[in-house]
Design a protein around this ligand. Structure first.
Ligand code: SF4
Length: 303
């Protein structure tokens, strides 16, 4: 009988993999550090609550922030917070076990938002949007009660770009997911330190670090169709022209209001105005009404 002895990875290949991993970790620290500095995300004395879902993005966010914290120019605390939404099959021991192994301060909020979503959303419809809203509410409430000054979320560069296109295509708005934002009620500052990080890099990093990933679709819900469509479009673009997503992401940080068409953002009325006249009136333009002091036929275009 022959015995198969598993071959150890050749030392040269293992070394190369290790070097690649270190290089990637350095790049991620650099990109996260740059985003923190560019947007003033973390200040001295901040209490940062890192929202941890169990997905690759939030694990990576926590891991990189913990690395940066050791050498940061300011002092800030980190607490990892997970919301156990009581989805069927959620392995509730996985996150606490992992977090204990890192030594980070952490808390698990238990709130059965799953039952609410399952009761309210009609069968066959996607539950993600209501689920996320309830999750956000529970996390923000916890942050307010516990005096956290910043709420850190794991959205990355590709999420920012996808949200921009979702708003553009389906809501006729040029707006996206900002790296830093004040919540609608003005009580929370939300930060997205992975704003410059590619999803692909996060996936490689999460695999190399062997984070114990908990899939978000345990509940069986599908993400919404529009988001799927946008993702497919972006993937196809990237395949056709590598680097396109990065170009779009850079464009989101280089906006020229005078080259767009929003009079609320840029004062087109004042541009080149000779002054003196009354503000233009669209009704008067449509009706072809002459100015009060014009001779009777002075504005008739068909003469
Ligand atoms: S997949 Fe399930 S748990 Fe994840 S956001 Fe959607 S509804 Fe919520």
């Amino acid at each position: 009988m022959s015995v198969v002895i598993p071959l150890a990875e050749p030392p040269a290949r293992a070394d190369r993999a290790r070097r690649e991993q270190l290089k990637l970790a350095k790049r991620l620290r650099h990109q996260v550090g740059r985003a923190i500095a560019d947007f003033g995300m973390i200040e001295d004395g901040d209490k940062v609550m890192v929202c941890l879902s169990g997905g690759k993005d939030s694990y990576t966010l926590l891991d990189i922030l913990l690395q940066l914290q050791k050498k940061a120019p300011v002092r800030f605390s980190i607490t990892a917070v997970n919301l156990d939404q009581k989805q069927p099959g959620f392995p509730e021991h996985v996150l606490p076990d992992y977090l204990r192994s890192t030594g980070v301060d952490f808390h698990v909020i238990e709130q059965d938002t799953y039952s609410v979503v399952a009761r309210v959303v009609p069968e066959g419809k996607t539950m993600c949007s209501l689920c996320s809203r309830l999750r956000r509410g529970a996390l923000y409430t916890y942050a307010a009660r516990n005096g956290f000054t910043k709420i850190a979320l794991g959205h990355h560069r590709d999420d920012l770009v996808a949200t921009f296109f979702l708003n553009l295509f389906f809501h006729a708005k040029l707006s996206g997911m900002p790296p830093k934002l004040l919540s609608d009620d003005g009580r929370h500052v939300v930060i997205r330190p992975l704003a410059y990080v590619r999803e692909e890099d996060i996936a490689v990093y999460a695999e190399a670090r062997r984070f114990p990933i908990i899939p978000c679709n345990l509940c069986g819900s599908q993400e919404n169709l529009q988001r799927k469509q946008v993702k497919r479009m972006l993937e196809a673009w990237e395949k056709e022209s590598p680097g396109r997503i990065e170009t779009i992401a850079r464009a989101l940080g280089d906006i020229r209001p005078s080259q767009l068409s929003d009079p609320a953002l840029f004062d087109f009325l004042a541009l080149g105005a000779r002054g003196g006249g009354a503000p233009p009136d669209a009704h008067a333009w449509l009706a072809g009404a002459p100015p009060d002091d014009a001779p009777d036929d002075a504005t008739r275009l068909d003469d």
